[in-house]
Design a protein around this ligand. Sequence first.
Ligand code: ATP
Ligand code: MG
Length: 148
Amino acid sequence: MIYRSTSEDETVTLGEQFAKEELHVGDVVALRGELGAGKTKFTKGIARAFGIHENEVASPTFALLNEYPIQFHDNSAGHLYHLDCYRFERDDELLELGVEDYLYPRHAITIIEWPERIEKYLPAERLEVTIEHVADTKRTITIHRLTA
Ligand SMILES: Nc1ncnc2c1ncn2[C@@H]1O[C@H](COP(=O)(O)OP(=O)(O)OP(=O)(O)O)[C@@H](O)[C@H]1O
Ligand SMILES: [Mg+2]
């Protein structure tokens, strides 16, 4: 599916809709796009779908990982993981984080900014979201699910 956004608010709303319609427990989202494309804005929308205020969501560039407790649509409890791999240079950083928990979430959903940095570790089954910076405030957002 291809969506067009003309403002940051629209990108947040698209993230929220995407989460409500497409995301299920166990999903991993590879969120691609250049610096400033709107990956974190889109993630704020995903978080909003789970009742997390957007002010709580920031690019976890220094933390590498943000973790939010959430409730899924079936009322079961779990987490939203927001991973930013921009600073990853060495493979062992990921191992230190504990790959399994985040790339194969059991009671969670994982959103990954800069998935290119850990391409070879990404699970075959995942959602691909690519945000293209078209102009000023215009973005094209492409979403598809990869199945094994
Ligand atoms: N249509 C739009 N959608 C999203 N962001 C937009 C849009 N138009 C302008 N912007 C601006 O682009 C920037 C997007 O920032 P954001 O932090 O979401 O990018 P990012 O892809 O996460 O970057 P990084 O790789 O640095 O983490 C914000 O400053 C936002 O205001
Ligand atoms: Mg970001």
